[in-house]
Design a protein around this ligand. Structure first.
Ligand code: GLU
Length: 284
């Protein structure tokens, strides 16, 4: 008899502000899809970009999740505690010559091409860069053929042009880029199911490139539809999306379920957030 592997999913908010309706959709989607097969659901705070963070937001997010009835498995992982691990992986990639240093300034990149796409001019320069050099580290693109079956979006295949620019895994300002941190953590945490917003779909081929380079198996992907504002723009903290309030937790959970086309009943909103979550089985 073949044993199916236990699902390990996650919700990975960046602490750039409190959760809003769009983040609630990602939270409930990832939670219910993982739980529908008896899987685990981990929470990871992606706090590696201090300039974009808001003091105290990580705690606010965790309190919001609790108030909305979410129960995570294990300890919350903070990416800010993982910098040594990211440096170790970056070093491995350097040893294998899968990354290269790039000292181009924004101005130089802008001058190369008007659309601000970097044209990989440093790929063959072999700039001698050490730990403290003022350079970005870019991942050499691989085969350029990355496709995957998304459980919601279907077969996804990306145009070669997405690889025109070798993507950055460590920024010039010394900060580790999202692409590297997210893949290293997903691998180390044994995440095999990634449910997140459609806005991150474009990053997926880059992440597949990293899985390939690190010799790891990518997770199953589910990219959820995006909640939009009145103007048709993605709800986001930077554009002042309203924080979700715990007084309206049950009502907002039901709205998030409806947004995901989950069949709801008129009385569902009178249940506690915990009961709404445990009564809802989202299968895709
Ligand atoms: N930290 C990212 C965000 O808040 C999500 C990353 C992911 O789910 O891969 O948008």
């Amino acid at each position: 008899m073949t044993q199916t592997k236990q699902v390990i999913g996650r919700f990975a908010p960046s602490p750039s502000g409190p959760l809003h309706f769009g983040s609630l959709v990602a939270a409930i989607g990832s939670y219910l899809i993982a739980k529908s097969t008896g899987g685990k659901w981990l929470v990871r705070i992606e706090d590696i970009d201090p300039p974009r963070e808001v003091a105290g937001a990580a705690d606010v997010i965790l309190r919001q999740l609790e108030a909305f009835g979410f129960e995570w498995d294990g300890e919350v992982l903070y990416q800010s505690t993982r910098l040594e691990r990211y440096a170790e992986v970056l070093n491995d990639l350097k040893q294998q010559d899968l990354v290269y240093a790039c000292d181009c300034t924004r101005k130089q990149i802008f001058a190369q091409r008007e659309d601000r796409i970097y044209t990989n001019v440093c790929a063959d320069k072999n700039l001698a860069a050490n730990e403290n050099s003022d350079v970005a580290w870019r991942m050499r693109h691989g085969s350029g053929k990355y496709s995957f079956n998304d459980h919601i979006q279907g077969h996804c295949q990306f145009d070669q042009s997405i690889y025109d620019e070798d993507f950055i895994i460590k920024r010039k300002d010394g900060l580790i880029a999202y692409q590297l941190a997210v893949v290293v953590d997903d691998i180390d945490q044994g995440i095999n199911q990634v449910v997140r917003g459609l806005d991150i779909l474009d990053s997926t081929p880059r992440q597949l490139r990293l899985y390939e380079a690190l010799g790891a198996t990518p997770p199953e992907y589910y990219h959820l539809p995006l909640a939009l504002d009145k103007n048709g723009d993605k709800l986001c903290k930077q554009h002042g999306a309203k924080a979700i309030e715990s007084e309206n937790a049950s009502e907002l959970l039901v709205r998030a379920l409806e947004f995901l086309s989950y069949p709801t009943t008129p009385d569902l909103k009178y249940l506690s957030p915990q009961d709404i979550l445990s009564n809802s089985k989202l299968r895709i």
